[in-house]
Design a protein around this ligand. Structure first.
Ligand SMILES: *Cc1c(COP(=O)(O)O)cnc(C)c1O
Length: 391
């Protein structure tokens, strides 16, 4: 079994099965029988190991080309366990535009525990290099940022990291191993919010981490078991099942996103589109070199003289909600929703205006998605004419 799409469907062959069932059972057992006192057993207690969860963990390790995977009760729990391999006084370079919840974890907890952080624009390699200090231990970033889809080169950053003996940790939520395998590009640890594309149906909150080196893997396992935010057997099964259709879902996300970008480019109401598939930027160049596709997230700005809030509230098929990466299309206003925790100043510095929308393109028929967006734009125009007439 060599091809990626086949691996998605079959995962690791399983042998713990007397029934011939094609799927791994959901083992709802928090404890396991010892044949005798002091016996060496594969499983003794749910938090330390569960066959359903372990199946998923082996599945993601296989797909990311790592030695070992770990499944957690959320993406944030995965990030918590991974960053907990460091100790007080260690310095970590982090991407300037990382997931808000990751920032909160860093600012409210890890900094309190005396880990040091420097935020840099990881696309700018000079900035990365200049931030390295004698106590620097790792560089942490998202290869595609949220919501502006700025692309960082995993190859270049991990090269710098290696020269200085640092770990490279990549949050690969937006791309998934179908579109990019950071460990193959030089990273040491890859993390996912499996809540998004890996499970793909907005029905589970989960996180995974995969390590390339057995020693790092051992540390992450220690943290997973000690901190304890493990994924339940039922949820492990949902993520496992989601992964089986990752390839076909991603193909449709990609083709729908490309069609929507083309449509948005034709609309005068749209002032800017953020999508690494659009040629003529460094983001595009890096993505072209290091990914198998530009992802299913498209961000765009509505011209200042139109009401972006009215636009999203007027859509019918595309639902107004945070989160992303599922079969259904979702749109949100980062300024007021996903990034509302940022101060006015930080929003401005990040380039997130109240006119910016983030669209997670689903797998519906693209004609319906485009006609939904077109109706939204027509409504904006109609509102404007009514306003003008009433003046
Ligand atoms: C959603 C998300 C997370 C957090 O994952 P949860 O499953 O919500 O805990 C981390 N990183 C990225 C890029 C995300 O989109």
């Amino acid at each position: 079994m060599t091809e990626f799409d086949t691996k998605l469907v079959h995962g690791k062959p399983q042998h713990d099965n007397n029934t011939g069932a094609v799927n791994v059972p959901i083992y709802n057992s928090s404890t396991y029988i010892y044949p005798k006192v002091g016996a060496k057993v594969d499983y003794d207690y749910e938090r330390s190991g569960n066959p359903t969860r372990n199946y998923l963990e082996e599945q993601v390790a296989l797909l990311e080309n790592g030695v070992r995977g770990f499944a957690f009760s959320s993406g944030i729990a995965a990030i918590h366990a991974v960053l907990s391999i460091f100790k007080a006084g260690d310095h970590i370079i982090i991407g300037k535009e990382i997931y808000g919840g990751t920032f909160r974890l860093v600012n409210e907890f890890f900094k309190r525990w005396d880990l040091k952080f420097t935020e840099v624009d990881t696309q700018n390699l000079e900035e990365v290099e200049q931030a390295i200090q004698p106590n620097t231990k790792a560089i942490y970033f998202e290869s595609f940022t949220n919501p502006l889809l700025k692309v960082t080169s995993v190859k270049d950053v991990s090269k710098i990291a290696k020269q200085h003996g640092l770990l490279t940790i990549v949050d690969n939520t937006f791309l998934t191993p179908y579109l990019q395998r950071p460990l193959d590009l030089g990273a040491d640890v890859v993390i996912h919010s499996a809540t998004k594309y890996l499970s793909g149906h907005s029905d589970v909150c989960a996180g995974v981490a995969v390590a390339k080196d057995p020693k790092i893997a051992e540390k992450i396992y220690f943290n997973q078991n000690s901190i304890g935010a493990v994924l339940s057997p039922e949820d492990s099964n949902l993520v496992r099942r989601g992964i089986q259709t990752l390839g076909v879902r991603m193909d449709r996300h990609l083709s729908n996103a490309a069609k929507i970008v083309k449509f948005l480019q034709s609309r005068p109401e749209v002032s800017k589109i953020y999508y690494p598939g659009i040629e003529g930027s460094l983001d595009h160049e890096i993505a072209e070199d290091e990914t198998n596709g530009y992802g299913g997230i498209v961000s765009f700005e509505i011209r200042d003289d139109f009401d972006a809030t009215k636009f999203v509230e007027g859509l019918r098929i595309i639902q107004l909600a945070v989160s992303l990466g599922a079969v259904e299309s979702l749109v949100e206003v980062p300024y007021k929703m996903s990034h509302a925790e940022l101060s006015e100043k930080d929003l401005k510095a990040a380039g997130i205006s109240h006119q910016l929308l983030r669209l997670s393109v689903g797998i519906e028929d693209p004609k319906d998605l485009i006609s939904d967006l077109a109706c939204g734009f027509e409504q904006l125009l109609a509102n404007k004419i009514v306003l003008r007439l009433s003046k």
